[in-house]
Design a protein. Sequence first.
Length: 685
Amino acid sequence: MGETATLLVELKSSALLKDVSLQVGLPAALAWEKAPAASSFTATAGLTKQFKATVRAAKTGSGAIRVQAVTGRGLPFDSDPVGVALTAGDDAAGSFLGFRKGPQGVAELPRDAVISQHARAYEPVGTEKLPVPFNDDPDHAPGIQATSCVTGRWFYNIGDAWFPSRNFEVQVWDEDSISDDLLAVGVTDGNGSFRFCFENDDGLGGGGQDVYVKFVAFNQSWSIVDDGDDPYEYQFEVRPNIADGATLDYGRRIPSNPEHHLALRAWETANDAAAWTPGRCWDRDDTDCRNIGIRWPLGNTARYVPGDDQIELPLLTPENPWVVAHELGHGVMDDVYKDDMPDIDDTCREHVVTRAEKPACAWTEGFADWYGLVVVDEPNQPGFADFENHTWGSPNWDNGPNVEGRIAGALWDLHDPVGEPPWDRFQGPEPGAVWETFLDNHSESFEEFWRQRGADGQSAGQLAALFQNTVDFGFRDGLTSGSEISVPSPNPPGQHNYRYDTQFRFWSVVAMRPPTAADYELELYDDNAMTQQLARSVAGAGTTDFIAVDSNVDGRVLGDYYPRVVHRLGDGNYTIEVSDSGKILPVAGDQRVMGPRDVVEVWDHCGSTQTRVTVTPSDASQDAELFVMSSAGGAVRVRTDSIARSVDAGPGQPETVEFTPPGFDCFGIVLINKAGSGTYTLTVS
Ligand SMILES: [Ca+2]
Ligand SMILES: [Ca+2]
Ligand SMILES: [Ca+2]
Ligand SMILES: [Ca+2]
Ligand SMILES: [Zn+2]
């Protein structure tokens, strides 16, 4: 009290920033002797700046100094807020960094406090592992005793909002001169309330129980501990000689140290995590639940320490529930993996959400990232990443299965209700089979994890959700006749893979229409591994590539085909479509309505006489191309193999092909919709 101390703030900037100010907030116990000169300065990239100030202990008590560098532009230009806990006492021995050990104080909830409700429903954690009531009072009166009860509620705040603190251990004690008796034990309910009853007999001559209550930051699955590893305790005043049959109401209580509301906030994140996590324990298959300790406040970086089954949490980290839940995710993995975490090394310490890491590091962090997202039910984490909205070509993101943010985004897209075009179209249950695979296996990488999913993870929809997050575990987007797919440039990654299955012993065609100024190519493979190439269509920029297959010849049995779109030049959306409808072009002609996204239609025409086919558009926007394909040179034919074509007439104009078969055969009449929409009318003569 009354003495001064030097406060040194070090600021390191990773970019050149102008007009930076340092905001330093002092707790009630401290006052400025000399404030730092810390407004409107320039921070240089890579350089450390020091600010010196002097503070004086003005009152006794605990609190925190909070420091943040702000630019007026928000994240990511502002620094994270940083806090230091401290206690000012009457003398030097009672003054130190950190909060004092032993029972913490409680205060009344402000009378006008408005109580908010938690988003996540309450799930009782039970009373296992809590201490059992005991009584060493001598000379209990025989027979049935009168019962008395104690009730109360437990709250914390986030700014102006007040929340009930749930599943918090409550101990009801009787204060005795020698040793106190534990009368009742339990946890707060979904409203932060408790009500426990006990025999109101304080032993011979003792009268009624002399009651006090302790809230203890411990239950069977998690705890918040001080630097002596003891769970924090918040202790109430003693109410002596409670009357028989009375209910003692302690009313609505909060921690008296305003900084300790952060402990209750971290507590609530653990409560949300436990409520979300399937099963009674963190590991659903455990019977003896592991307790994950949260050591707070400690250090400058949140981390999980596998050897201690403990999270180390800096003072202000509870303000970011996703970070707390991320660290809990490490704890859950450590539990499920039987204390055998994936083999990570020191390079993982500097991991960044959007950057590629070693596979074990990316999997460990990516799983924890995802666990954090589902617990807080929010994929956008400013200052870290928007885990939902990123895909191929997103700026500042690395690609592939060894980027933690891609892993978290992929797992998220497997169950979230919001589907981003073009590939997040899967929505499974949360957490669904992903959690079963996690519980049943030990994985050193996301790739191994996915292999362990087996057939369960191989649906095109799931692989598409992964592909949206730049993870390609053999994705072949499914094409069905007449259902075109329109997606961005195949670059990055450079190519897109597809699959279709022929249904008819006729001509079928896969066609890819690039943007006017871009050149992409179309390849066709016979096998899922895409090693057996059947054909390659390499028309120039703006020209539709197509590959036609005659399923009648060369032993082309009906079955699976694998088209690939390869990037050559330019950028922009392309459209790919398969036509395989087993249609004969009637002698009387045919009609086909084609929308702006429709690309291809094919008819078989069988005969041996000279034939003339004309396609006439109904709309001035429509630009047709007409081809005749023959399997005389092979069953798989590309655009340039056509035996007749008509492509040069402009929009709104008819195209006509004429051909003379050498003998009876079935030809493929291929109509490409180069542009526009309307009805094409085909006439045969
Ligand atoms: Ca007593
Ligand atoms: Ca997404
Ligand atoms: Ca999504
Ligand atoms: Ca034309
Ligand atoms: Zn982590």
